[in-house]
Design a protein around this ligand. Structure first.
Ligand SMILES: Cc1cc2nc3c(=O)[nH]c(=O)nc-3n(C[C@H](O)[C@H](O)[C@H](O)COP(=O)(O)OP(=O)(O)OC[C@H]3O[C@@H](n4cnc5c(N)ncnc54)[C@H](O)[C@@H]3O)c2cc1C
Length: 456
């Protein structure tokens, strides 16, 4: 699940949001992996009713909804594949997600309902995980104490959010009385939030709905790629400007081409919007400041191939407590395979950015952590075939957008259309399912419905 290394090496907000151009010139480590599903697309119409910018979950959700309503659509995608931050690759013959993997919030996630209707191979995520303390398995009483401390913290933060009128950092409401579990609880919440809790808005925090979770055999990225089959999508077409100074909208691309339509739905990640795509005339101040106020959330996978890993069962989370490195989280035996995710939070991943080769530094760190808890002999057969670096991928600049203290109205503010011609969509706009592919898909469909209402 998207569920640190504290103190000195926590990058400051202003530093991590301004990734240097040099860093971005080197492709991120995950970029070399190919997607398992390469769909066929329909040709673009010459004069579409609507242009959709970006073919991640939100763009695919928007395009499907618009086409169902009979509108003509052109989807412009900068990468050489669809899916955005959801992509499945094949490692040693196993489908492995390099981005989104969990279908969270089953009861409200439109991709769960759609998956069921399409007969997609969904499987329910187990509830129970592994708990390792130091070099041993936790005792039943320790498991119960950990779980109670978690509930106590959740209740205190949720209640505190509803009672505190000032939007401060959620970290300020972690209750006392969590005993030895405090550190672990803060780590898990920081991992799921994408930032240390002192950087996360208290008023935004309780908005996330997890509910029951699912996986899809073959990978989440592959599922999204299948959903884009036969859509009018063109790849390798980065949008650089959006002009609404005349009637409708004119969308310009990096190769100098332009395309006009009645409306545009922009689904590129918020962090990318902060630094690229020129809008003419400028965006209204309320929209601009909503965009600029988000901070970049970090969550990265190190993909482990570890056949002899000491974890039974499949698809189980593992909490590994104690030690020098404080590992943020693991998902073990993915789909019953010898693959596992070692998850890196903002503090851990950004601590690696100072190194010359961050992905290799990540491999060293993961080995050191696992050796400390399980011993060197246990990791004899460990390989780390992939490490993700979404934080320095120029098309994402982070794993999802985080609302810092004082910025809680931003998600809703961004839903307002600009001049009835420009809509934004994407994971960042979802109150209930922010930071998720399901939330992004729902937001794409929401923006499409508003466009259909106006132009359909
Ligand atoms: C490691 C990791 C693990 C995650 N785990 C989960 C999980 O388990 N479950 C879950 O639900 N979510 C998870 N997420 C989050 C999830 O992946 C995202 O919230 C979701 O995929 C975002 O969808 P989106 O459509 O809003 O954005 P994106 O998927 O980023 O799509 C935006 C698209 O816009 C394109 N684009 C960018 N710039 C331009 C441009 N100038 N012109 C044209 N196109 C452009 C991008 O290439 C991209 O394809 C995870 C993310 C990461 C990184």
């Amino acid at each position: 699940m998207r569920r640190g290394v504290p103190g000195d090496d926590v990058a400051r907000i202003c530093e991590h949001s301004a990734m240097t151009p040099d860093r971005l010139a080197v492709p991120p480590a995950h970029a070399r992996f190919r997607s398992t599903v390469m769909p066929r697309f329909a040709p673009l119409p010459t004069s579409p009713n609507v242009i959709v910018v970006g073919a991640g979950a939100a763009g695919i959700g928007a395009a499907r909804r618009l086409i169902e309503a009979g509108l003509s659509v052109a989807v412009l995608e900068a990468r050489d594949r669809v899916g955005g931050r959801a992509v499945t690759t094949s490692l040693r013959g196993h489908p492995i997600d390099l981005g989104a993997h969990w279908l969270h919030a089953g009861p409200v996630n439109p991709l769960v309902a759609l998956g069921r209707a399409r007969g997609e191979p969904l499987r329910k995520a187990p509830q129970n995980g592994h708990l390792v303390i130091g070099r041993r398995r936790a005792r039943p009483a320790e498991r119960r104490a950990f779980s109670s401390a978690f509930d106590l913290a959740d209740r205190a933060m949720t209640l505190g959010a509803s009672k505190t009128s000032e939007d401060c950092a959620v970290g300020s409401l972690v209750p006392v009385g969590l005993g030895p579990w405090r550190d672990r609880i803060e780590l898990v919440h920081a991992l799921v939030s994408g930032r240390p809790l002192d950087e996360v808005s208290l008023h935004d925090w309780p908005s996330l709905e997890y509910g029951e979770n699912f996986f899809v055999d073959g990978g989440y990225g592959a599922y999204l790629a299948r959903l884009s089959q036969d859509l009018p999508i063109v790849l390798r077409m980065p949008v650089t400007r959006i002009d609404r100074s005349a009637d409708g909208v004119k969308v310009g691309t990096a190769d100098g081409a332009s395309l006009s339509a009645k409306a545009v739905i922009v689904t590129v990640p918020i962090m990318v919007l902060q630094s690229s795509i020129r809008f003419t005339p400028a965006l209204p101040p309320a929209i601009r400041s909503a965009i600029d106020g988000f901070i970049s959330g970090t969550y990265e996978h190190a993909v482990l191939h570890w056949p002899s890993a000491p974890f039974q069962g499949r698809d189980r989370l593992a909490s590994v407590i104690g030690g020098r490195h404080r590992p943020p989280g693991m998902l073990t035996r993915i789909g019953g395979s010898p693959f596992h995710f070692f998850e890196m939070d903002a503090a851990m991943a950004e601590g690696l950015d100072a190194k010359l080769a961050p992905a290799n530094a990540a491999r060293h760190l993961v080995r050191a952590v696992l050796a400390e808890h399980f011993g060197y002999r246990a990791i004899d057969d460990l390989a780390i075939p992939a490490v993700t670096e979404w934080r320095r991928d120029a098309r994402s600049l982070g794993s999802w957008a985080v609302v810092p203290p004082g910025h809680a109205p931003a998600r809703v503010a961004l839903k307002a259309p600009v001049d009835e011609r420009l809509w934004f969509a994407g994971e960042a706009l979802s109150r209930e399912q922010w930071g998720t592919a399901g939330g992004a898909y729902a937001e794409g469909a929401r923006a499409a419905d508003e466009v259909i209402e106006r132009f359909g």
